[in-house]
Design a binder for this molecule. Structure first.
Ligand code: SF4
Length: 318
């Protein structure tokens, strides 16, 4: 379902001089629960679009299935509310066909880390220029508190009432382990300045920018991040001149660790170590090949492609 919620396809040279405000990106009132972390991410995304003056008609939000996947409905941009686990291949197709568009992907933990895991790994490797947001609330919210791959071991859910059997999957560790991963960051929706700075850095990145957003689900897992919200000291901020700098959080979030985002091995170690909740840029390297660029070196006209195909078919003539 493609939603044409952008104001109009007809834009003149005069309209190109428009100045966009946050309201220009705001769709209908979001139907998420009160206090749901998705609201904060939505506001931050709308603020980013306004700050970067992205045109609504050349911006696309693609999602899969889940609570957070209702995201495109609430944006006054183009959107594609797709199939469970298939947001990334859809978004890849959009970006390869229309490289001029700004493409954002919104997925939940069930959507990305479970049913979409195969697509997730290959989207990282393809490194197509887009922003992929994993809104990780550690539970399937839409299907009423079912264990997801990121549910902590022992956490009780409606599908595993005695507690989740397995250790939770670590999306940062997994992403950093994939060949060609070029941007990996983590933020939290209850730290809006850091969330916004992270989205901004992800959008500025040339390549596949993967952002895991720790997201509260007050309806089903109100206790999941309660301690982290109350005690800022258990959060560690990754600090580096080349990293993500969020204005005004230093007074509250004093616990910092220096980390050079070009150091992949250190990023992997930090992601693996669960002794603290770490927010910041784990890794960024824009020198990694992007699929759309490497593919573009082989650009042929439609006529040339037809000639090659005909020649190939002719070789089978009997
Ligand atoms: Fe948000 Fe949880 Fe409500 Fe879904 S169930 S809208 S994730 S608070």
């Amino acid at each position: 379902m493609i939603m044409d919620s952008a104001c109009s396809l007809l834009h003149s040279a005069h309209e190109d001089e428009r100045e966009f405000e946050m309201g220009d990106y705001q769709g209908p009132v979001a139907r998420w629960c009160a206090g749901c972390g998705d609201h904060s991410v939505l506001t931050s995304a709308q603020r980013l679009l306004a700050e970067e003056q992205l045109k609504p008609e050349t911006t696309v939000f693609v999602s899969g299935i889940g609570c957070s996947s209702r995201f495109p409905h609430y944006m006054k941009t183009y959107g594609f509310h797709g199939i469970h686990g298939r947001a990334l291949p859809v978004a890849t197709g959009v970006k390869l066909t229309r490289p001029d568009l700004d493409v954002f992907v919104v997925m939940g933990d069930g959507d990305c880390v479970s049913i979409g895991a195969g697509h997730w790994i290959h989207a990282i490797r393809y490194n197509v220029d887009m922003v992929a947001l994993l809104l990780d609330n550690n539970i399937y919210g839409l299907t009423k508190k079912q264990t997801s791959p990121t549910t902590p071991q022992g956490y009780r859910s409606n599908t595993q009432p005695r507690g989740s059997y397995l250790p939770a999957m670590n999306p940062l560790e997994a992403t950093l382990g994939v060949t060609n991963a070029s941007f990996v960051a983590q933020t939290a929706e209850w730290v809006p300045a850091h969330l916004f700075a992270t989205l901004k850095a992800a959008h500025a990145h040339k390549g596949f920018a993967f952002v895991r957003i720790l997201q509260r689900c007050p309806h089903f897992t109100p206790d999941m991040y309660a301690e982290a919200v109350k005690k800022p000291d258990i959060i560690e901020i990754l600090d580096h001149p080349e990293g993500i700098r969020a204005d005004g959080i230093d007074k509250v979030y004093k616990n910092k660790i220096s980390h050079d985002p070009l150091n992949l091995n250190a990023a992997r170690e930090l992601a693996q170590d669960q002794s603290a909740i770490r927010l910041g840029l784990f890794f960024r390297d824009e020198s990694y090949p992007r699929y759309e660029e490497t593919r573009a070196t082989n650009k042929r006209t439609a006529r040339e492609k037809m000639d090659i195909l005909n020649e190939e078919f002719d070789s089978y003539a009997v």
